[in-house]
Design a protein around this ligand. Structure first.
Ligand SMILES: NC(=O)c1ccc[n+]([C@@H]2O[C@H](COP(=O)([O-])OP(=O)(O)OC[C@H]3O[C@@H](n4cnc5c(N)ncnc54)[C@H](OP(=O)(O)O)[C@@H]3O)[C@@H](O)[C@H]2O)c1
Length: 288
């Protein structure tokens, strides 16, 4: 994390919970003046002792800086704080730092625009203790000029990564990255649940399962290349063969407590492709 551009020296942090507290501390350590406001005022006391300036209201806080970070629980909290503002915020940048949906990001951006402010939506792929370390990734989308103007300050928190000018881009990245993890982890849990109940040695099975997950990881470049070329070669199995396995899995997972992982929809998609004469293509064709 290096400082490459001039940036706002006074930063406003609205919400000093786990993420907001870590963000404010890192900004102070990076030489920024930090104004803090928290709904439960006492929770900012440690930050004030560390040099942050307390504000008496959201309005007062927002008036005192160019870069306003909303490190809040969710969009409902963001909406509530933005609803308290009625002044002209031209020249200021609001950053929504919370886990939310694409629609919420668009709504926050619209509200910021009404106030005259630039808007960035942030996807926090980091835990509070990693803020300010190389392990933190924070994704930003929305106003590129605002991202560039405040790049040095945002760079104190993580390697800042701009993922698109659509306000919702960071939320889509953030949620779909979580989705990749959930799909893999729940796939593993489903498998372990099934083999344990079948009396199979879970430890021995898990080594084979880890190798299987590894095949997904090493196959990523090939999959992306197929998508970019719109060509889906069969690989080790074609769609007709995949359909047989998927149907067997649906049967194996019937009635299981973690469900079937959406395989019936996958089977229906493969059946439709086979019906279109594409049974000799590979699995990538399901999104082709
Ligand atoms: N913690 C993590 O590891 C982590 C990792 C990635 C992403 N995130 C995301 O980052 C965001 C913040 O998480 P966090 O862990 O910092 O949460 P947190 O510790 O619970 O802090 C939430 C903050 O939001 C404030 N708040 C909640 N509702 C409010 C409202 N209606 N009006 C005003 N302020 C309100 C809280 O104020 P009070 O103190 O008054 O309650 C507090 O300052 C969440 O969207 C979370 O999903 C967190």
């Amino acid at each position: 994390m290096t400082e490459t551009r001039s940036s706002a020296r006074r930063v406003v942090v609205i919400g000093t919970g786990a993420v907001g507290g870590a963000v404010a501390r890192r900004l102070l350590a990076g030489g920024r003046e930090v104004v803090v406001w928290n709904r439960t005022a006492g929770r900012s006391a440690g930050l004030v002792d560390a040099g942050a300036l307390p504000a008496g209201s959201v309005r007062e806080a927002v008036s005192s800086g160019d870069l306003i970070l909303l490190t809040l629980t969710d969009y409902a909290a963001v909406r509530q704080c933005l609803a308290e503002l009625d002044m002209d915020l031209s020249g200021r940048t609001i950053v929504g730092m919370y886990t939310g949906t694409a629609d919420e990001a668009r709504r926050a951006a619209r509200r910021a625009a009404v106030l005259g402010a630039s808007y960035l939506d942030a996807g926090i792929q980091a835990s509070p203790e990693t803020i300010g370390t190389g392990a933190a990734i924070i994704l930003y989308s929305g106003s590129r000029p605002a991202f560039e103007e405040h790049g040095a300050t945002l760079g104190l928190l993580s390697e800042p990564r701009f993922v698109g000018e659509a306000p919702e881009a960071a939320a889509v990245w953030d949620l779909t990255l979580f989705g990749v993890w959930y799909d893999a982890q729940l796939g593993l849990l489903r498998a372990l649940d099934t083999v344990r109940e079948a009396g199979i040695d879970v430890a021995e099975f898990s080594r084979a399962a880890a190798a299987q997950l590894g095949h997904v990881v090493t196959g990523v470049p090939g999959t992306v290349s197929e998508l970019s070329r719109s060509i889906y070669p069969a690989g080790p199995a074609d769609l007709t063969e995949h359909l047989t396995v998927v149907r067997h899995l649906i049967g194996l997972r019937a009635g299981r407590r973690l469900g079937d992982g959406g395989l019936p929809a996958v089977a229906a998609r493969i059946e439709a492709l086979i019906g279109d004469g594409r049974g000799d293509e590979g699995l990538g064709a399901t999104i082709g």
